[in-house]
Design a protein around this ligand. Structure first.
Ligand SMILES: [Zn+2]
Length: 495
């Protein structure tokens, strides 16, 4: 048995019968339990208000606790209910790995509500613990299956599977009650696109006419689901036009509209809707790949000092590439002020400053995550973002085979979260050297090598907090190709 004190952990979570036990209650039970077992009590870690549902934020205190465990600070962890904790994905198989890898002799997991103690460093204790973890996982899968089955049944019967009743075009989607003005807008968009207009032109026109998304509340009206008042992006408009609900159906499955919804009136008739789908599907032009042309766009670091918009790569027809202030999400019209700066000049300056920062950091004995690990984490984060977006979209659009897809997505979200949490542990930091900095900076064949560009982006994003561009406001006569004094840089270690 370890002599080290045992840390306690509590978080908000709902028990099997739907009752939630407050963090304070849990903490008191945890403390009592450790007293009874005659164990020294260590620090309390608490993640109040965080639930293990898809899209929920990561658990910062749990991560801190795991870092401390890896560092050998605690002789164990006390949670309120082991079953609940495993089901929530807090205590899992990774605990056994940590204990094994770091050879934490006598490390225990204690369940306060059931007075159980598992010694993870002993074979028997670890086996008993793993059985509980597996049971927890099974329970989660069963739960998800039940939800998926219910959704599938509802969709077949023509019922919408949850979500707010108010949707764009509908006052109440469950009864098929249309919102006359919005329904007319959807018909207008469909007609224009079928007549050959590009969806982007329609979206722009809507923005100019001040047509925005409606506010959407939960069905009891207490909570706002979507704030509304946002312009339709191409993506959002396309999503609206793709909904089978426009024809009064819940699903579009293998080329057939199924699940007739209640309500007599529909927004689009079936032939129009089908034709629209094939038109939208064939216009697979999408956005040009600016990411590779512009080093800084995807970093979201460059901001317009005069109006606070993001500045991104832009290719004018008559001049060299520039970064331009063109979209301001905080502004009503969402338009930026339009100022721009030479892309070549800015990229050169930023790269110079970034490399300098890294060399200085190496001289100071700065610690950083090893490059490959960092890339892996970034890759996982990007993937998580995409999966989460897809999850939200699928929920909204009642896709065919959605139940299965949702289950897959939830599993994937959980897996990615765990993996990111494990990999961001502070223990993996290593001391960087000047040689390593220069090696990383110049990786690959040349400046167009994708590996080099990816790596530079990574190093740039770590070196800067902000890059702000001031407006060029001198006389109209001679505008320099690149004016360094317009660039205001804040490095990431500056206050
Ligand atoms: Zn601006």
């Amino acid at each position: 048995m370890s002599d080290l004190p045992v840390a306690t952990y509590d978080r908000v979570s709902v028990s099997r019968n739907g009752r939630s036990v407050s963090c304070e209650e849990q903490h008191k039970d945890n403390a009592d339990c450790l007293n009874e077992l005659n164990l020294k009590r260590g620090a309390r870690y608490s993640d109040p208000g965080r639930k293990a549902s898809p899209g929920a934020p990561e658990r910062p205190q749990w991560n801190r606790l795991m870092d401390a465990v890896r560092a050998g600070l605690w002789g164990g962890v006390c949670v309120w209910d082991i079953d609940r904790a495993t089901r929530d994905g807090v205590v899992g198989a990774s605990m056994c790995d940590i204990v094994g890898q770091h050879r934490l002799t006598g490390f225990r997991v204690i369940s306060a509500s059931t007075n159980e103690v598992f010694d993870l460093s002993a074979q028997e204790g670890a086996a008993a613990f793993m059985t509980r973890v597996m049971d927890g996982e099974r329970e989660v899968i069963k739960l998800r299956r039940r939800v998926a089955r219910r959704m599938r049944r509802k969709a077949k019967a023509g019922e919408t599977t949850g979500g707010p009743r108010r949707r764009f075009g509908f006052v109440d989607i469950t009864t098929g009650t249309l919102h006359a003005a919005e329904a007319a807008l959807i018909r207008e968009a469909a007609t224009r696109i079928l007549a050959g207009e590009r969806i982007g032109a329609v979206a722009r026109d809507w923005a100019e006419r001040g047509i925005t998304t409606p506010e959407i509340r939960t069905n009891d009206g207490t909570r706002i689901v979507h704030k509304g008042g946002v312009n339709f992006t191409i993506q959002a408009l396309k999503q609206q036009l793709r909904r089978p609900a426009l024809t009064g159906h819940t699903r579009f499955s293998e080329g057939v509209l199924v699940g007739r919804m209640p309500g007599e009136r529909t927004i689009l008739d079936i032939p129009t809707w089908l034709e629209l789908q094939s038109t939208l599907g064939s216009a697979r032009r999408g956005r040009p790949a600016t990411d590779d042309k512009y080093l800084l766009t995807s970093l979201k670091l460059v901001t317009c000092d005069s109006c606070d918009s993001r500045m991104s790569g832009h290719s004018p027809t008559d001049r060299a590439p520039r970064y331009r202030c063109c979209y301001n999400p905080n502004n009503v019209g969402a338009k930026g002020c339009g100022q721009s700066i030479s892309a070549a000049g800015l990229e050169e300056l930023v790269q110079e400053a970034a490399l300098e920062w890294w060399i200085r950091a190496a001289r100071r004995g700065h610690h950083a995550r090893p490059m490959d690990l960092d890339q892996e984490i970034q890759h996982l984060r990007r993937r998580l973002e995409i999966v989460q977006q897809t999850y939200v979209q699928e929920l909204e659009r009642l896709a065919p085979d959605m139940h299965h897809l949702l289950t897959v997505l939830v599993n994937e979200i959980t897996r990615l979260r765990t993996e990111i949490e494990q990999r961001t542990s502070a223990n993996d930091l290593i001391k960087i050297t000047e040689a390593a900095v220069i090696g990383n900076w110049n990786i690959g064949m040349d400046d167009h090598d994708p590996a080099r560009r990816a790596n530079r982006r990574r190093m740039i994003s770590q070196a800067f907090r902000t890059i702000r561009i001031r407006r060029f406001n001198d006389g109209p006569d001679r505008r320099p190709t690149f004016d360094r004094s317009r660039v205001l840089i804040q490095l990431s270690d500056e206050g």
